[in-house]
Design a protein around this ligand. Structure first.
Ligand SMILES: *[C@@H]1O[C@H](CO)[C@@H](O)[C@H](O)[C@H]1NC(C)=O
Ligand SMILES: *[C@@H]1O[C@H](CO)[C@@H](O)[C@H](O)[C@H]1NC(C)=O
Ligand SMILES: *[C@@H]1O[C@H](CO)[C@@H](O)[C@H](O)[C@H]1NC(C)=O
Ligand SMILES: *[C@@H]1O[C@H](CO)[C@@H](O)[C@H](O)[C@H]1NC(C)=O
Ligand SMILES: *[C@@H]1O[C@H](CO)[C@@H](O)[C@H](O)[C@H]1NC(C)=O
Ligand SMILES: *[C@@H]1O[C@H](CO)[C@@H](O)[C@H](O)[C@H]1NC(C)=O
Ligand SMILES: *[C@@H]1O[C@H](CO)[C@@H](O)[C@H](O)[C@H]1NC(C)=O
Ligand SMILES: *[C@@H]1O[C@H](CO)[C@@H](O)[C@H](O)[C@H]1NC(C)=O
Length: 509
């Protein structure tokens, strides 16, 4: 299951541009189960648009959902068909009216629709994978997610550079259902992704495996670096640093990072206190732990928030808990709807000519920051929403995680790191450099190195003898039939995979 929380927007530019007033816009929400909770927020945004843009725009919301499909893979096979049928068979309410498609949450769905829309070549669409961001393939594509892997890579790179840390160790959870975390490791491992001269080593494990243990991972980390990135869910991260604490690996020399995408279903928040008996260890271990997340701690204005909660309970059979926050994908659906309205109204106020040209309309989203009631939304020059990256640390005073570092995607600028805000154990950041004897403190033990040399010599001699034996065998007269082990070059072609795995390639500057 691939969930990446994009909000995809497809604007269908339909029919002749007959300028009626107001411009009728129908927002068609296409998506899987998470959209059930996103729809009320999109409806709240449409209500706001109707108040704010009267008498220029009139917006209605229509919903295309298969409630029985709870997972992305099942949905992917049906989504393009559903969207296409709606597009071709359901005529707009009036001549000149527009339909806007918003959706979906799963990447593979998005790719299916983007392909479809691109063939029609009339839809600007929106997503978070670089395949969708590829403007050659999808010239009418815009992404609008509240998280972005490219921003995460750039922000972490800026942080490493600020402290001159050049050796990083990644601990990567590779269980199949943690695609967010697998993507992080893949992205960080790309050559020079974290900076020229930054060495990245990693270990991969599967947290779903019953044989998984922390000790082996910790000793690998200890031997490789003091700057350790834990790419895994927050509760597992907590367990990890608690074990690290017990292995004396949370001293002032160490710094740990992890990432939490947003308030979203399936991504539990980090808590130091869980009453599991390890709270004291966690409290201490968290002193040099930093959480990389995005500026998506946003809430709808009170009136819209109430509207969305009421509709959610009365129409969509989902009742929010008293203290339950709306997730980042829900808020970004609200924001995307308002951004679309702004772009349409602008185009309208300039004579509406851009409304009939999908590419021109798409370009109106690029390289600008939109103001919305929830905060600013920056869309870069490629049509991808780039949120601000924030780094959180547990405050010893308030016992909450608080922002200590920011990376502004819009200006590519990192905030100045104020070390008096960051509560380093020793008052200063770890150097991240190995001591005289390496990170493992074994590299300069004479006995060890002598032993290593003798081992190496022994192995070399064995290899030479082996090579000589093989040479003699080969030199011996042999027919082709005897050489059953000889593989012909054209047989060495990897078999084609009928399906591909979603990969998150990065476009680095
Ligand atoms: C929106 O809904 C109203 C009332 O249900 C209807 O009168 C209007 O025609 C609809 N507009 C569009 C664009 O579908
Ligand atoms: C990083 O290195 C630069 C120059 O090499 C130096 O000016 C700066 O103070 C260093 N920063 C830290 C946090 O050590
Ligand atoms: C823990 O590690 C530090 C150095 O990182 C060392 O000074 C200290 O003696 C160690 N403590 C224990 C109990 O091993
Ligand atoms: C998110 O916002 C709420 C209220 O606006 C605040 O109480 C909370 O501390 C914030 N969380 C973070 C992680 O910034
Ligand atoms: C509403 O949701 C509840 C639990 O979330 C479920 O048991 C019930 O069947 C749902 N009702 C409808 C009409 O979908
Ligand atoms: C929408 O566009 C009109 C001009 O066509 C403009 O007067 C109005 O202020 C715009 N509305 C908003 C909310 O920006
Ligand atoms: C993006 O906008 C900024 C000013 O807001 C401008 O300086 C820059 O050249 C623009 N970039 C592109 C690629 O248009
Ligand atoms: C760093 O933070 C402290 C405490 O908030 C503040 O007093 C100080 O002025 C800050 N220094 C800089 C350079 O921003």
């Amino acid at each position: 299951m691939v969930i990446i929380f994009p909000v995809i927007i497809f604007l269908s530019i339909c029919c002749s541009v007959v300028q009626s007033s107001p411009l009728d816009v129908t927002v068609v929400v296409v998506g899987s189960y998470q959209y059930k909770t996103a729809v009320p927020a999109i409806e709240a945004a449409a209500e706001l648009v109707n108040r704010k843009y009267f008498p220029y725009l009139s917006m209605n919301v229509s919903v295309l959902l298969y409630p029985q499909f709870y997972d992305c893979d099942a949905y992917t096979d049906n989504i393009a068909n559903l969207a296409a049928r709606n597009y071709y068979e359901e005529a707009p309410s009036s001549p000149g009216a527009r339909k806007i498609y918003i959706g979906p949450t799963c990447f593979s769905e998005a790719l299916n629709i983007a392909t479809l829309m691109n063939e029609l070549d009339v839809f600007p669409s929106v997503g978070t994978d670089s395949r969708i961001s590829d403007k050659k393939a999808f010239p009418t594509t815009v992404t609008c997610s509240a998280t972005h892997h490219t921003v995460l890579v750039r922000g972490f790179r800026a942080l490493l550079a600020a402290y001159n840390w050049t050796t990083v160790f990644l601990v990567c959870d590779d269980r199949p259902d943690v695609s967010y975390y697998r993507a992080i490791c893949r992205n960080f491992q790309a050559p020079t992704a974290l900076g020229v001269g930054v060495r990245v080593n990693s270990v991969t494990f599967n947290s779903a495996s019953p044989t998984m243990t922390f000790d082996g991972l910790l000793s690998r980390a200890k031997a490789a670096s003091r700057v350790i990135f834990l790419s895994m869910h927050m509760p597992l991260t907590r367990d990890f640093v608690v074990h690290a604490k017990r292995s004396n690996m949370t001293t002032a020399d160490y710094v740990y990072f992890c990432s939490w995408p947003s308030i979203s279903p399936g991504f539990p928040e980090m808590r130091w206190q869980t009453d599991d008996g390890y709270d004291t260890d966690a409290w201490e271990a968290f002193r040099q732990l930093f959480i990389l997340t995005f500026d998506n701690n946003r809430t709808l204005p009170q009136e819209d928030d109430l509207f969305a909660r009421r509709r959610s309970a009365s129409i969509y059979n989902y009742t929010y808990g008293q203290a339950e926050r709306m997730s980042a994908p829900v808020v970004s659906g609200y924001e995307a709807t308002l951004v679309i309205a702004q772009v349409l109204n602008e185009s309208l106020s300039e004579g509406g000519s851009g409304l009939s040209d999908a590419r021109a309309l798409t370009r109106r989203f690029f390289n600008r920051t939109f103001a919305t009631p929830t905060g600013s939304v920056y869309v870069n020059e490629n049509g991808d929403r780039f949120p601000e990256l924030v780094v959180l640390q547990l405050s010893l005073k308030t016992e909450y995680f608080e922002t200590v570092f920011k990376y502004q995607a819009a200006t590519l600028g990192a905030s100045v790191v104020n070390d008096s805000i960051i509560r380093w154990i020793s008052g200063k950041p770890p150097s991240g450099k190995p001591g005289k004897c390496g990170f493992d403190e074994k590299s300069c033990s004479t006995r060890g190195s002598l032993l290593d040399i003798w081992t190496a010599v022994g192995v070399t001699i064995v290899l030479l003898i082996g090579a000589e034996i093989i040479r003699r065998i080969l030199a011996h007269d042999m027919t082709a039939k005897d050489r059953w082990w000889h593989v012909i070059e054209h047989e060495l072609v990897a078999p084609m995979q009928p399906s591909y795995r979603a990969t998150y390639h990065l476009q680095l500057l």
